[in-house]
Structures are given as structure tokens and as C-alpha cells.
Design a protein around this ligand. Structure first.
Ligand code: NOJ
Length: 536
């Protein structure tokens, strides 16, 4: 870990995390693809914004069948992004401005071009054959069981040479590893240590709930009418192709390795599970599995005070003692919060960001959230995400939220050089970082001010979350002596905040009502939120 960063083992609890989708962040060499030197050139933006840590989407070599989530070598950097030296420089330079770097670890599957799979496929006798999940066909030659892949179609592909099927919970180019095999476990111990020894602060762990499958490969049960839409669409409940109790053994093993470092390395899981009860289990005892797990029920909820507050309250109640929530509204797999929650309405965007930055827990912003970036509408022939290609027109896939970062109003919005075609079209949204930096009333300044307020407020960093009952779109909670009030409605509202001790609106999402509170009440505009503190 760079010497400039303190060893506080709990740094991640008070942190604001920021997801960098490297391919779309900043291009330094004019090939239309974001890269590590591009990121280096934009660290000043991240330091100015005040974020504490970055999660970089996969940077390892990959044929990009699934844009980096098909890893061909776990010990190197994709040429298009730069070199290991560049990554070391990112870690050191970020450290100098107080920012830590987490990488993305993809342990559920590799690329089919990974040397392990090439070897496994070469012969049923190969040493690493059973590092992957192979099974004989059914008596009629069909797939070994009924599992469907998360990207559609059967989760099995026949390998004609051996007559066996291999498992892939995602694309056929992403064969699933067999986590029952000690060789796989040992190999990943080495991968963790390789990166953590280089000063990587932790990992975001891809689909960590799927890693291990039912040892008997039993059929999944059919979905019922009570199951979430996505399960009904796939026609089955994913009981046996993932979500097995033994996944927790792997996380405990990794936590032991992580805890051996100073400061301990952090495990942030992609816990895309159906219920909050299930999410809570990935925290283990509260101190022996994940440090943090993404809350998908929250991400997928509508932008509605009753729905969101219920998820927050239940999350708070269900997490084991000492466990720490994570709040996020966008990532590279879901429509951006500015579009999905807020329909591009800047008032709602400001409110959503204030919510993320004032709940108890660690917020994770996705690049572009800080300027309220919206999704781009794609035509079919522009799509690069295999999931969009497959499901068009019912679902456009994930390209809409992966468009390059708009830095300024120059050619290609400053993402890449003039005259270059970016790997994905620019968002064409009427916002960029430079314009907003010049405007103190912008979304960008609001986010920066909210991060700064959080950092100097022991209440916002560590205070308990104590909500009032939601009242017709008005969601109010206390964090110690600090009050947060969000008006998720189109009606103006008045709230009483008390007069003793005297109060001040420390931050307003609309920036209009900041300052001393008069007569113990605060007027909230439609879709306005405020943070109210005691006047010193
Ligand atoms: C989750 C990742 O976030 C997503 O982008 C990817 O396609 C799947 N896991 C498979 O690795």
C-alpha cells in the first residue's frame, strides 16, 4: 500500500468509492479506448471530487467476449489498457492524493482462451480437466441438466472432442471454474496475494454468490408466480447453479488472507441475490466474510420513498452486528440512476445523490454519476454488449450505461482525440465535467460538497440511522444530531426541525435553502433534500 495512505483498518467504512469503467474513462493514446494512462491524467478530477477509493472494472488480459469479464490471464494487464507498470503507477499516484485502488476479480469463470481451459479441453486426462465443470450428456444426448445461463440459452455447451458438456453460467466463452477443486482454490490464493502484494487495496468480486455449484448438478426447480420477474423469465429458480452454502467457505478463506495484510485488504462482493436475508449471509458473522456486499434490491427498487426506505430499514435490521451497508444507484450493468430512477430530471438526480451520500454505509458512485450523466439510446447495429445483441429489442443490454465519460465540450467530449471513433458512441447528453466544474450550482459541485460535508461530520460517517415513518413521499431520518429530509414527491413540504439548539441547513440539493433555520421549520421544494445540523 502506498506509504502516503494511513493504515486505519476501517478506512472503507468512512469512504466514498468510485467505479471506474476503464474502457470508457479516458483515452491517452488515441485508439478510442480508455486506458490506465488516461486514468492517471484524470486523477486530479477524482482527488478534487474527494473520493477515497476506486474500483477499476477488469483490467486483465481478455478477448473481451464479455468486455473484460472473460479473463485470459490473472497476472497481467490488457495491452489496450497499458502495462503492469502503468497499473503500479496508478496505484502509487492515486495513493499520493489519498485514493486507494481496488480491482475487479472474476473467480466464477475464465475466458475459454485462458491456458487453464485450453489445457482442460485438450483431454479428459489433462491435469486441469477438473478445474472446470464437465458432465456427460443425458441418455438422449441432451445437456446434463436444466440449468439456463444468466445471458440466456442453456448453461451447457457440448465439447465434441470429448463428448462431454462444460458449464457456463454466462457466455459459452466464459466456462465456469470448478470451485470444489483444491487446485482452483490454491490458484486464486496466489492471485489475491499477487495483487495485494502490489498495493491493491481490495477486490470487487464478480458474482461471488455463484462460484460454487451443487456437487450433484441437480435440476433447478421451476419458477413460480411469486418469484421475481427475472426468475420467471428464465423459468427456473437458481437454487443449484449457484447460491450454494459452500460459497461462504471460499469467502472465509479469502477474508483470512485479506486480514493478514496491513491494512487488511477489502472484499466488496457483487452479491446479486434475490433477498436481503440472503445478502446478509454474505457478511458471515459480520467480520469473517465480505466487508461489503452490493445491495441489488435497493438498486432495483423504484425511486419511491416507501420502497427505498423499507429496503434501508430491513437491510439495517438484517445485517449482522458490525456489518456495514453499501449504497449504489448505478453501475456498468444497470441503467444509470439519472435515467432509471430520475428520468433525467435534474432535481431528482440531485436528490438521489444526496440520499446515497447521507445514508449509513459506504456509497459507491459510478463514473458519470457525479455530473448526473444519463444513458444513451442505442440502435441495434451500434450494440457491442452480447447481452443486448441477444435480447434486442426487449432489452438493449448494457451499452447505454457504458458510454465514454464526457470531460469537456471539445471533440469527443475530451474522452479521446479529435477525429477518433470512440469504442462506444458518446452519450450525447448535455453535460460534461468542465462545464459543471465552472458552475458552483452544478450537480458536480453538489456531489463534491456532500462528500466534503460527510467527511467532516462524525454523524454522517458513523451515526446510527434512525428514520421517521415515511409520510407521503417525505423520507426523514436522523444520524446522531444530524437530520436528513428528502422530499420524493412533486408537492412542496414543510418540515419541523426544532429550534434548540439553533439549526442550519448545511446542504440543500437545490442549493436554495442553505443557511440558518428560522423558526424551526424548513420548506422543501418538490424533489428537494436537505441535511440539517446544529449550529456551532
Ligand atoms: C457481473 C458483471 O458485472 C457483468 O458485467 C458480467 O457480464 C457478469 N458478472 C459475468 O462476469
Amino acid at each position: 500500500m502506498p506509504a502516503s495512505l494511513p493504515d486505519n483498518p476501517d478506512w472503507w467504512r468512512s469512504a466514498v468509492l468510485y467505479q471506474v469503467y476503464v474502457r470508457s474513462f479516458a483515452d491517452s493514446d488515441g485508439d478510442g479506448i480508455g486506458d490506465l494512462r488516461g486514468l492517471l491524467g484524470r486523477l486530479d478530477h477524482l482527488a478534487w471530487l474527494g473520493v477515497d477509493a476506486l474500483w477499476l472494472s477488469p483490467v486483465m488480459p481478455s478477448p473481451n467476449a464479455d468486455w473484460g469479464y472473460d479473463v485470459a490471464d490473472y497476472f497481467a494487464v490488457l495491452d489496450e489498457y497499458g502495462t503492469l507498470d502503468d497499473l503500479d503507477e496508478v496505484i502509487a499516484s492515486a495513493g499520493r492524493v489519498g485514493i486507494r485502488v481496488l480491482l475487479d476479480l472474476v473467480p466464477n469463470h475464465t475466458s475459454d482462451r485462458h491456458a487453464w481451459f485450453v489445457e482442460a479441453r485438450s483431454s479428459v486426462e489433462a491435469d486441469r480437466r477438473h478445474w472446470y465443470v464437465w458432465a456427460d450428456p443425458g441418455s438422449d444426448g441432451s445437456a446434463p441438466n436444466n440449468w439456463v445461463g444468466s445471458f440466456g440459452g442453456p448453461a451447457w455447451t457440448l465439447d465434441p472432442a470429448s463428448g462431454q458438456y462444460f458449464l457456463h453460467n454466462f457466455l459459452p466463452e466464459q466456462p465456469d471454474l470448478n470451485w470444489w477443486h483444491d487446485g482452483v482454490r490454491g490458484a486464486f490464493d496466489d492471485i489475491l496475494r499477487f495483487w495485494w502484494d502490489r498495493g491493491v487495496a481490495g477486490f470487487r468480486i464478480d458474482v461471488c454468490n455463484m462460484m460454487i455449484k451443487d456437487a450433484e448438478l441437480r435440476d433447478n426447480p421451476p419458477a413460480t408466480e411469486d418469484d421475481p420477474f427475472i426468475m420467471q423469465m428464465f423459468g427456473q429458480r437458481p437454487v443449484y447453479n449457484g447460491n450454494r452454502p459452500e460459497a461462504h467457505d471460499i469467502l472465509r478463506r479469502w477474508r483470512t488472507i485479506a486480514d493478514g495484510y496491513t491494512p487488511p485488504r477489502v472484499l466488496l462482493g457483487e452479491t446479486n441475490v434475490d433477498t436481503l436475508e440472503n445478502l446478509a449471509t454474505y457478511y458471515g458473522s459480520g467480520a469473517d466474510e465480505l466487508h461489503m456486499g452490493f445491495n441489488f434490491p435497493f438498486i432495483e427498487a423504484p425511486f419511491d420513498a416507501a420502497a427505498l426506505s423499507e429496503i434501508v430499514a430491513r437491510t439495517e435490521a438484517l445485517l449482522p452486528p458490525g456489518a456495514w451497508p453499501v449504497w449504489t444507484g448505478s453501475n456498468h450493468d444497470v441503467s444509470r440512476l439519472a435515467t432509471r430512477w430520475c428520468e433525467g430530471d435534474p432535481r431528482k438526480v440531485r436528490l438521489a445523490l444526496l440520499m446515497l451520500l447521507t445514508l449509513r454505509g459506504t456509497p459507491v458512485l459510478y463514473q458519470g454519476d457525479e455530473i448526473g450523466l444519463t444513458d444513451r439510446a442505442f440502435d441495434k447495429d451500434e450494440l457491442l454488449d452480447p447481452v443486448g445483441v441477444r435480447f434486442w429489442p426487449h432489452y438493449p443490454g448494457r451499452d447505454p450505461e457504458r458510454t465514454p465519460m464526457p470531460w469537456d465540450d471539445g471533440p469527443n467530449a475530451g474522452f479521446t482525440a479529435a477525429g477518433v471513433t470512440p469504442w462506444l458512441p458518446m452519450a450525447d447528453a448535455p453535460m460534461n465535467v468542465a462545464d459543471q466544474r465552472a458552475d458552483p450550482d452544478s450537480v458536480l459541485h453538489l456531489v463534491r460538497d456532500a462528500i466534503a460535508l460527510r467527511r467532516r461530520s462524525p454523524d454522517l460517517l458513523g451515526g446510527e440511522y434512525t428514520p421517521d415513518p415515511v409520510d407521503d413521499g417525505l423520507w426523514v431520518w436522523r444520524r446522531g444530531g444530524t437530520l436528513v429530509a428528502l422530499n420524493l414527491s412533486a408537492q412542496p413540504r414543510e418540515i419541523g426541525v426544532g429550534g434548540t439548539p439553533p439549526k442550519t441547513v448545511a446542504l440543500s440539493s437545490h442549493r436554495v435553502s442553505e443557511g440558518p433555520v428560522v423558526e424551526g421549520t424548513v420548506d422543501l421544494d418538490a424533489w428537494e433534500g436537505v441535511v440539517v445540523t446544529s449550529r456551532a
